[in-house]
Design a protein around this ligand. Structure first.
Ligand code: NAD
Length: 270
C-alpha cells in the first residue's frame, strides 16, 4: 500500500485574486504544502503584502499585479511564472467579483461587467494555462487547473442571477475543458470548486444584497437566515475552501477531472 500524497513539493502554482479572502488562503495553503507560488491580483500592493507575509515562513511566493480580463497581461504573468519559478503545474482561477440586485433592477452594463471579470478570466486563464502546461508548452508537465465557481452556479438564489449565471458558466467551462484536454492527452485536470457563504469581503456584500433587495431587514437577520440554511450551523472560512483547492491541486486527486466540489457546510444539502 502507498501513502496518499498531498505534498506539492517541487510544484509551481499560480493563484489569481490572491489579495482577497479565499485567494490569500489558497496561496498560503499551497505554499505551506511545498509549492512555489505566483500570487496575482488587480490590487498589486495588497498582493505583494500577502507574498511578503509568507516570506517570514521561508516560503517561496512571488507577486505580480494582474487584471484577469487583460489578455496581454495573462501572457506576461504565465511567462514570468515559468521563467522565475521554474514551471507551472497548478493554476487557481480564483479572482472574481459579485454583482447583486434583482434581475429586473440589473442593468446590461452590470451584467456585462460581472460576466467579463468572472467568465472571460476563466477562458483566458485556461487558454494561457494550457498553452504552458501541455506537453509541448513552456512548462510542459501537465497539471491541475482549479476554477472558483459558487453554489450560485448550481442552484437558484434570490438576487444572484447576474453573478450566478457567471458561476454556472464557470462550472460548464470547466467540464468542457476537462473533456477536451483529456481527449488531447495533455495530462491536465480541470475541476470547479463551489463555496457557500464564506466570510470574506465578498461574503459581506452578499448580506448587504439580501438587505438591499428586501429579503431581510438587517445584516444580522441576513446572517441568521444563511446560518439557518446551513447544516453545519456556521459560515465558511477561506481556509475551508483552500483545503479543497489544495486537495485538487495535489496528486491525491490524480483521478479527478471535470468534476464539481461543493464546500458549503451543507447549505445546498436540504
Ligand atoms: N466569499 C464567498 O462567499 C464566495 C462564495 C462563492 C464563491 N466565491 C468565489 O470565490 C472567489 C474569491 O472570492 P473571495 O470571497 O475571496 O472575494 P474577495 O472579494 O475577498 O477577493 C476577490 C479578489 O479578486 C480580486 N479581483 C477582482 N477583480 C479582479 C480582476 N479583474 N483582476 C484580478 N483580480 C481581481 C480583488 O482585488 C480581490 O482581491 C471568487 O471567484 C468568488 O466569486 C466566493
Amino acid at each position: 500500500m502507498t501513502a496518499v500524497d498531498m505534498s506539492l513539493e517541487g510544484k509551481v502554482a499560480l493563484v489569481t485574486g490572491a489579495a482577497g479572502g479565499i485567494g490569500s488562503a489558497c496561496v498560503s495553503a499551497l505554499a505551506h504544502a511545498g509549492a512555489r507560488v505566483m500570487a496575482t491580483d488587480l490590487d498589486g500592493k495588497a498582493c505583494e503584502a500577502v507574498a511578503y507575509s509568507l516570506h517570514a515562513h521561508d516560503l517561496t511566493v512571488e507577486s505580480m499585479q494582474q487584471d484577469v480580463c487583460d489578455e496581454v497581461r495573462w501572457e506576461q504573468v504565465i511567462d514570468a511564472t515559468v521563467n522565475d519559478l521554474g514551471g507551472l503545474d497548478i493554476l487557481v482561477n480564483n479572482a472574481g467579483i459579485y454583482v447583486g440586485g434583482t434581475l429586473e433592477e440589473n442593468s446590461l452594463e452590470d451584467v456585462n461587467r460581472v460576466h467579463r471579470v468572472n467568465v472571460d478570466s476563466i477562458f483566458l486563464g485556461m487558454k494561457y494555462g494550457v498553452l504552458a502546461m501541455k506537453p509541448e508548452g513552456a512548462a510542459g508537465q501537465g497539471g491541475s487547473i482549479i476554477n472558483l465557481s459558487s453554489v450560485a452556479g448550481l442552484v437558484g438564489v434570490p438576487g444572484h442571477s447576474a453573478y450566478g449565471s457567471t458561476k454556472g458558466a464557470v462550472r460548464l467551462y470547466t467540464k468542457h475543458a476537462a473533456a477536451e484536454f483529456g481527449a488531447l492527452g495533455y495530462g491536465i485536470r480541470v475541476n470547479s470548486v463551489h463555496p457557500g457563504l464564506i466570510e470574506t469581503e465578498m461574503g459581506a456584500a452578499v448580506f448587504q444584497d439580501l438587505l438591499d433587495i428586501g429579503m431581510v431587514e438587517s445584516i444580522e437577520e441576513g446572517r441568521e437566515y444563511i446560518l439557518g440554511l446551513t447544516a453545519l450551523g456556521r459560515l465558511g472560512t477561506a481556509e475551508d475552501v483552500a483545503g479543497m483547492v489544495l486537495f485538487l491541486a495535489s496528486d491525491a486527486a490524480s483521478y479527478i477531472t471535470g468534476s464539481e466540489f461543493v464546500v458549503d457546510g451543507g447549505l445546498t444539502a436540504k
